[in-house]
Design a protein around this ligand. Structure first.
Ligand code: 5RP
Length: 238
């Protein structure tokens, strides 16, 4: 897909998700280029007065910077207290399978994303059609956030599980990617993921792994930007 068209689809789907937010809601703010369009649209709607009194819970430093830029008020999970809840979370994904399981973490934000997205009453995933796959792991490795002191043993352990791990390296920064929590990321390619729920648990059981990018049973609604008969449109997978 050409990059301009991909960007257009991401924008359309981000806008469509932001249109579902109503006044008074607490909104989980996702990370990545698609979620960024949703955050911008929330800010635009707040600016016109169409939307009032929403508060966002960011899933990353990037999401909080964008929220501030677009005038979306922020809160923390602590502010929710015992009774308030996240009404909706809007976040992107790197892969979506036919039963709405996901691989996330292309932006190394999957740890906080999983906390926020899984707490939402409705988690809306926003993707362009290139993210739809028949089987998880076919186009994207599984990212693991790992404590820096545990990178070597975790590398060995994921190899023993049949994975091919690669330490994620920075772009325009020498050395490894460092997450918002100060950890590193191993991208693990698996030839086949027959049991995503089992693998999610197995990976998180490895000492030193903080969180992995398999999101099983977390997403409620998938919004897909796709081109049908030459026309870009948004399709909902319920
Ligand atoms: C960040 C993520 C992103 O949501 C995912 O990588 C999709 O990004 P984009 O919308 O830029 O394609 O999981 O950790």
């Amino acid at each position: 897909m050409n990059p301009d068209l991909t960007k257009q689809l991401k924008q359309q789907v981000g806008l469509a998700a932001a249109q579902r937010v109503t006044s008074g809601m607490v909104v989980g703010l996702g990370t990545g280029s698609t979620a960024a369009f949703a955050i911008a649209e929330l800010g635009r709607r707040l600016g016109t007065g169409e939307l009032q009194n929403i508060r966002g819970i960011p899933t990353s430093f990037q999401a909080s910077v964008l929220a501030k830029k677009h005038g979306v008020p922020l809160m923390t999970l602590d502010d929710l207290g015992d009774t308030e809840e996240i009404h909706v979370a809007i976040d992107g994904a790197d892969e979506v399978d036919p039963v709405k399981n996901l691989i996330k973490g292309g932006g190394a934000a999957h740890t906080r994303e999983k906390v926020v997205d899984s707490l939402a009453r409705e988690f809306i995933v926003v993707v362009d059609s290139s993210k739809l796959v028949e089987k998880l792991g076919s186009t994207f490795p599984v990212p693991l956030e790992v404590l820096p002191m545990a990178v070597t043993p975790v590398t060995r352990a994921v190899k023993a599980l049949g994975g091919e791990p690669e330490l994620r390296m920075g772009v325009k920064k020498d050395g490894p990617v460092i997450t918002d929590q100060g950890n590193m990321v191993l991208d693990v390619k698996f030839a086949d993921i027959p049991d995503p729920a089992g693998l999610e648990k197995t990976l998180n059981n490895l000492p030193g792994v903080v969180e992995n990018g398999l999101f099983v049973g977390v997403a409620h609604t998938i919004l897909v930007g796709e081109v049908v008969a030459g026309v870009p449109q948004v399709r909902e997978i319920l």
